[in-house]
Write a protein that binds this ligand. Structure first.
Ligand code: ATP
Ligand code: MG
Length: 649
């Protein structure tokens, strides 16, 4: 278990008593160290699997951690997001703590805010509605009540979308309305869990006796509310290991703060503090750019930066490309990806990372045109597709009533059982002719059969019930079976992940930093976002920008200021680009629209990329987002909304 860890990582893995804090840069093996720590503790008999709670920030990360733990022989450990851990506890203890059953999670939060605004006779346009919702959420995760909103927002330097007194009024009305309708929101799940644990010592003790050992990944993005929950889980114990990188704080606009990470030693004076600087993920060329970005960073997080040292062999220099417009940029990326795939690079090892979801439509189009399979991270989740849900119900029914030995005793192995159940749903083993919706549905079910095959190969003797349990787990982790495809994801949702080849697109002023980032703090967060993007690449990094938004538009954009001094051709970078022999910035070219083959778009019915609802309104379809879901500006919200939907599912 300890092989494959360097001495510092080994220290993290073996210091199983008392508080441990790991401060380390991207790709230094933080997640690996904590996963091995848990597995080591379990395998050595020091930790009871069921007494360990590992907390991460996205369902995807939690799912990956469960997968890794299983591979390391430590199944049964709870790896969850703060929200899913809290939701489980809240559901379990609600009857005892409050009585009755837990209120429903609110489905259309924006609508509720709109109703609150109507009740207050305050007119808000859609943008304001979204911003006010953001302010309410921020207030809740920072445990700010309505009457404290104005001073707290001023102190935090928040740019209120309306008069702070009005926001406080809206916040208060929103809370009233929620109570009147007997629903709770995403933040309430944490707030109520905190309240229950605070007020009910018997319940707190019950939770504490269940969990003895805590591990938190990506601790730089913990909110004050999540921190409070963690403290309540811990009680007066200190068996806590946190890992994080202050330079990757990218959710502070939602109330997250790296202070808890940076102040850990003050709060836990006896803490073991470990620093990791060896970067195992990226080539020296990628690491050089990452270090360059950090060298220009300012602020508290930057004061704690650690220079990364790549452990990998040299690779290609990052490629910088400039394009006249965004479609040309997308086509350029798609063309490159096609070439990479033709030369043998697997599509699943390539990612395009965008700043806002509104960019991804252009990239979807370009990839489809180039015949490159792709998957959108977060959108249209596999387990959310109607055909997959339906198949899940059928499988569950078969598992309950048939199992291995009665209803299905004429079929032998698990994949055959799955095929048998699915054929009851009209599934055929051969793909249907043509493409479009029918084909897409078939592909989903074929992926389900593949999943069953992989599962039964890794778990000989597994039953249909085991498979159903596995599907549930994966569904909650938003973990689709590996469909070979290029990943198209937002920078926010790429946190913690890695690919051989990464395309960072739209690295222009106005996009990165994004126009609405105004204060120094906000600009620094944008820089960190770029740092997160750069450090996702193992080998090849493509950085590009477009001089104008659309073809024929005024070339009014310039490359991101964050690249100044780092990209070839910018002041201070010439020497390096000459020395490294890289060709400087490549000029992309525009492909005339008329030249390209007719657009081959066979995506079926347009769905909201946030909540998956089918879209009919033309305006919504253009945005690929329904009116109720927040706009592309709120990446953090997106991530949380998806989690929330997954929790509801
Ligand atoms: P991030 O800050 O992006 O979350 P991280 O610090 O959590 O990164 P990991 O994802 O754990 O880093 O590791 C990065 C990569 O380096 C992974 O592919 C991991 O398997 C590999 N790695 C980590 N430690 C070692 C090691 N000691 N030897 C070989 N490979 C390692
Ligand atoms: Mg990590």
């Amino acid at each position: 278990m300890l092989e494959g860890l360097d001495p510092e990582q080994r220290e993290v893995a073996t210091a199983l008593q008392g508080p441990v804090c790991v401060l380390a840069g991207a790709g230094t093996g933080k997640t690996r160290a904590i996963t091995h720590r848990i597995a080591y503790g379990v395998r050595a008999g020091i930790l009871q699997p069921s007494s360990v709670l590992a907390v991460t920030f996205t369902n995807r990360a939690a799912g990956e951690m469960r997968g890794r733990l299983r591979q390391l022989g430590a199944a049964g450990v709870q790896a969850r997001t703060f929200h899913s851990a809290a939701l489980r506890q809240l559901q379990y203890f609600w009857p005892k703590a409050v009585g009755g059953s837990m209120p429903r999670l609110v489905d259309r939060k924006i609508q509720l805010v709109a109703d609150a605004a109507a009740a207050c006779r305050i007119r808000l346009d859609r943008g304001e509605l979204r911003d006010v919702t953001g302010e309410i959420e921020w207030s809740k995760v920072t445990q700010t009540v309505p009457s404290e909103y104005a001073p707290a927002a001023a102190k935090a330097g928040r740019e209120s979308p309306r008069d702070p007194a009005e926001i406080a009024q809206l916040y208060s009305a929103y809370e009233d309305l929620k109570r009147a309708r007997a629903v709770i929101d995403f933040e309430d799940v944490l707030l109520l869990t905190v309240a229950v644990l605070q007020d009910r010592h018997d319940i707190a003790e019950q939770v504490r006796s269940q969990y003895q050992h805590f591990v938190v990944d990506e601790y730089q993005d913990v909110s004050p509310l999540q921190q409070r929950l963690l403290e309540l889980w811990l009680g007066d114990r200190e068996n806590l290991c946190v890992v994080g990188d202050a330079s990757q704080t990218i959710y502070s606009f939602t109330g997250a703060t790296p202070d808890h990470l940076l102040d850990f030693r003050t709060r836990h004076p006896g803490a073991t503090v470990v620093k990791l600087v060896r970067d195992y993920r990226s080539t020296p060329q990628v690491v050089h750019l990452a270090n360059g970005l950090l060298a220009q960073a300012r602020g508290r997080a930057a004061d704690h930066r650690l220079e990364l040292v790549s452990q990998r062999a040299a690779g290609p220099e990052p490629v910088y490309s400039e394009y006249p417009d965004e479609p040309a940029e997308a086509e350029g990326a798609a063309r490159r990806i096609r070439e990479l795939m033709d030369s043998g690079v697997r599509a699943s090892e390539i990612a395009i990372l965008v700043r806002t979801n509104s960019q991804s439509e252009t990239y979807e189009q370009a990839l489809a045109d180039a015949g490159v399979p792709y998957q959108l991270r977060g959108a249209e989740r596999f387990f959310d597709r109607p055909e997959v849900r339906k198949a899940g119900v059928a499988l569950r029914g078969a598992a309950r009533f048939g199992g291995n030995d009665s209803l299905l005793d004429d079929v032998v192995d698990l994949p055959s059982q799955v095929r048998a159940v699915l054929s009851g749903e009209g599934w055929t083993t051969e793909p249907p002719a043509g493409s479009g919706a029918v084909r897409e549905r078939w592909e989903s079910l074929a992926a389900l059969v593949n999943l069953a095959q992989d599962f039964s190969a890794s778990r000989p003797g597994a039953t249909l019930s085991d498979l159903v349990a596995e599907l549930d787990e994966r569904a909650s982790a938003q973990h689709a079976p590996t469909v070979e495809g290029v990943t198209l994801a937002s920078l926010h949702s790429a946190k913690g992940l890695e690919w051989d080849v990464v395309f960072l697109v739209g690295v222009a002023e106005g996009m990165m930093p994004i126009t609405y980032a105004k204060t120094d703090e906000q600009i620094e967060e944008e820089r960190r976002l770029l740092y997160v993007g750069v450090t996702r690449a193992r080998e090849r990094l493509h950085v590009s920008w477009a001089l104008s938004r659309s073809p024929g538009g005024r070339p009014n954009r310039r490359p991101s200021r964050f690249l100044d001094g780092l990209r070839p051709g910018s002041v201070g970078a010439a020497a390096r680009s000459a020395a490294s022999g890289s060709g400087g910035v490549e000029r992309g070219f525009t492909t005339s629209r008329a030249d390209t083959a007719p657009r081959r778009r066979q995506r079926t019915p347009a769905r909201c990329r946030v909540c998956g609802r089918t879209l009919t309104d033309a305006g919504e379809m253009k945005l690929m987002r329904c009116e109720d879901c927040p706009s592309d500006m709120d990446e953090g919200l997106y991530e949380r909304l998806r989690e929330w939907r997954a929790l509801q599912a």
